[in-house]
Design a protein around this ligand. Structure first.
Ligand code: URA
Length: 423
């Protein structure tokens, strides 16, 4: 095949065959097809879309570009979840140990954050000693003993996606459903999990804002998973408002531990419980009493074992910011809006996120929300606290928060985009 012919086909609205897609992905991974050519191809896909068969073939070609893990020797069933990412989305932290406490294995291969949505590994790395990299043997042993593992995906897993995602990131071609769906699902299929629950976000803090487009993304991914033999379901969840009260890294770990201790913010608990039920149902544990596991210490024991197994100390003090800045209510009323995206951007500017993949994050940085939409507010009451080790970051973070929240009158509609779980 010739890359230019394939680019012309997609440019002109045609379909690529499985053989053409296999060739393209293999040749790109090996460096025979240049970044310039693949950029043109991803833009053609972005503009003209892909058919169902093409999306499936692209996904399978990316799976085939690397190794596929095999859990057939484990004595436990595997079940995993993937979130498309949001502001304050720490759900993996309580969820993985909670689900594992029912005797199933949760092989969470996670990423680092880029942009305003934080990465699970960045959050966990705020725990002293905890390490994200495990050898394959350590990974398998921990799945068997503890059940829950959250670790970095090795370079051998869907390497085509790694290369393609980096290219899309700098060519304005991330937000295309065929490309997002194949990217996410190639990694999950290669990971080898038997079951998968997708938490597909919509709303201002999600990267697919329109609920209908999120639904289309969810349906595309569910089909890809089931066609590849992974029992897959999706929940569509609202990301117009930050999840929970903590946005950052160490503070999100703290909030997750509160959930594992039977407390924590209602929205974080609701979503954790809903996803846990779906994951366990797919793993053959229907009607699991997940709420009790959060209240009676069973999920907490599983969390502690997971952190110890990866070198972390679950009792160690977590980093706190050197400098804080409290924003207070300028009037009394009801908090009627708290938009996720600006809060995500502000936390990022405080140092909780990174601009480039190789940059470090500041584990102590972030935002604590003292009120949630619907709460009554007194004049002068603290609304949120910004934290960072570098006070020069406050002005830019505060700039991002202009217009990010609104205090109205009691009885005013709450601008939160509707229920947390849409379906
Ligand atoms: N996450 C991924 O892994 N890939 C995408 O394309 C988008 C989000």
């Amino acid at each position: 095949f010739d890359a230019v012919d394939l680019i012309r086909t997609k440019r002109d609205g045609g379909e690529l065959s499985a053989a053409q897609i296999d060739w393209l992905i293999d040749a790109y991974t090996r460096g025979y097809v240049a970044d310039e050519q693949m950029s043109a191809m991803t833009m053609a896909i972005f503009l003209n879309g892909m058919g169902r068969d093409e999306i499936r073939d692209l996904t399978l070609a990316m799976v085939a570009s690397g190794t596929r893990l095999d859990f057939s020797t484990l004595s436990k069933r595997t079940t995993d979840k993937h979130s498309t990412g949001g502001v304050g989305d720490k759900i993996t932290l309580p969820l993985a140990p909670l689900v594992a406490s029912f005797g199933v294995a949760v092989p969470q291969l996670s990423g680092r954050g880029l942009g305003h949505t934080g990465g699970t590994l960045d959050k966990l790395e705020s725990i002293p000693g905890w390490r994200a990299s495990l050898t394959n043997d350590e990974f398998m042993a921990q799945l068997e003993s503890v059940g829950a593992v959250v670790c970095a995906a090795g370079a051998g897993l869907a390497p085509a996606d790694r290369k393609l995602y980096a290219l899309r990131d700098i060519t304005g071609t991330v937000e295309a459903i065929p490309l997002i769906a194949s990217s996410i699902m190639s990694k999950k299929i290669a990971e080898g999990t038997a079951a998968l629950v997708l938490d597909v976000k919509f709303g201002s803090g999600a990267f697919m804002q329109d609920p209908e487009r999120s639904r289309e993304l969810a349906e595309t991914m569910v089909r890809l998973g089931n066609d590849a033999g992974v029992a897959t379901r999706a929940l569509l969840t609202n990301m117009n408002v930050p999840l929970g009260r903590a946005i950052g890294n160490a503070n999100e770990v703290r909030e997750s531990v509160e959930v594992l201790a039977g407390g924590g913010p209602a929205d974080v608990v609701t979503l954790t419980v809903a996803l846990a039920r779906e994951m366990l149902d797919l793993a053959g544990v229907p009607d699991a009493d997940v709420e009790s596991a959060l209240k009676n210490g069973r999920a907490m024991d599983s969390w502690r074992a997971m952190i110890w197994a990866q070198g972390g100390d679950p009792d160690a003090a977590l980093p706190t910011p050197k400098e804080t800045h409290v924003v207070r209510a300028e009037r009394a009323g009801v908090l009627v809006a708290q938009h996720a995206l600006p809060f995500g951007i502000a936390a990022w500017r405080l140092g909780a996120g990174r601009a480039r993949q190789e940059d470090p994050v500041m584990h102590s940085a972030g935002i604590e929300l003292h009120a949630k939409p619907g709460d009554a507010i007194a004049e002068g009451q603290p609304l949120f606290t910004l934290g960072t080790d570098d006070p020069d970051r406050f002005p830019r973070a505060l700039e991002a928060l202009e217009g990010a929240y609104r205090i109205g009158e009691s009885g005013d509609p709450i601008d939160d985009g509707g229920p947390l779980i849409a379906g």
